[in-house]
Write a protein that binds this ligand. Sequence first.
Ligand SMILES: [Fe+2]
Length: 199
Amino acid sequence: MAGQVIKPFGPTIYKGTFSERMRLEVIERSLASSDDASPNLAGNLAQEKFIELSQESGNELTSIIQDYLQQSREMGAYKPKSELKRISFERLWVNHQKKGEWNPPHAHSGDFSMVGYCQVPEELKNEWKFENQQGQDPVAGKIQWNYGQFADHNMTVFGPVDPEEGVIYIFPAWLLHFVFPFNSDVTRISFSTNCKLIY
Ligand SMILES: [Fe+2]
């Protein structure tokens, strides 16, 4: 008789997409912004800027988060105790990651956090060719999430994940994650923010 595998633990991660309109808006607004976010952040990056989103992009982000919550609810991973009144999120910060820069292991504040990829240069696909990427697991320019104590036969890692333009991930704010440096002389642009669920 066949048994059943039960996997009751562990965080939920959402992978979705956002529009080309929003992708271009975030890049444009981050280039125009002089609001330096780096003193507030964990990253070892020279250029991290706060931006304000347009109403349209704010609505788009809200509906992405709603999709995450609805799917989490359907699979039993999210069980709100009372009615959700609204979803609030902080100002976005936009990371312009350059050669040799990285984001060390860190967590965020709030209930959920997100990262969206606005610019992923083709050169990053060839990072595996560099001499320092010849180990078993080339990681340059990728993101990884870690959860719990490493143990055989259990997944404690999600990644290293390749960034893709127009793709967004949502994850619990407390979940440890980090971004590896790369060698190419290019700029990798991502945005992040934290959300709070107001009941
Ligand atoms: Fe982060």
